[in-house]
Structure formats: structure tokens, C-alpha cells
Design a binder for this molecule. Structure first.
Ligand SMILES: [Zn+2]
Length: 55
């Protein structure tokens, strides 16, 4: 059972493409399947429009 510790907590990340500091929430993250059993968490950078992988 997954528990929410802090709901709606904002997280920060620097876009690897344009270097912009981004603030995002859980609802902005898209889970994309990249392989048989591999998934990647991604957000879209509003500054450059590129997809940034969330670690
Ligand atoms: Zn960017």
C-alpha cells in the first residue's frame, strides 16, 4: 500500500536541455513505457518544449 506523505508537494528539477529550473507536481509527471518492463517518468519543459526525464 502506497501512502501519500505530503500530497501535492512540489519538486524541482533542472531541464537538461535548456538549463531552466522547473517546479513540478506529481500530476505533471507522465509515465512512459520505454521497454518491456521499463518505465520512465517524464515532464515537459515549458521553456524549450523538450521532454525531461525525472529521476
Ligand atoms: Zn528546457
Amino acid at each position: 500500500m502506497v501512502k501519500i506523505i505530503k500530497y501535492g508537494q512540489k519538486r524541482r528539477l533542472i531541464c537538461e536541455i535548456c538549463g531552466t529550473l522547473l517546479e513540478y507536481e506529481e500530476c505533471d509527471v507522465k509515465t512512459v513505457q520505454t521497454g518491456m518492463n521499463e518505465y520512465e517518468q517524464q515532464i515537459e519543459c515549458p521553456a524549450c518544449g523538450e521532454t525531461v526525464v525525472v529521476n
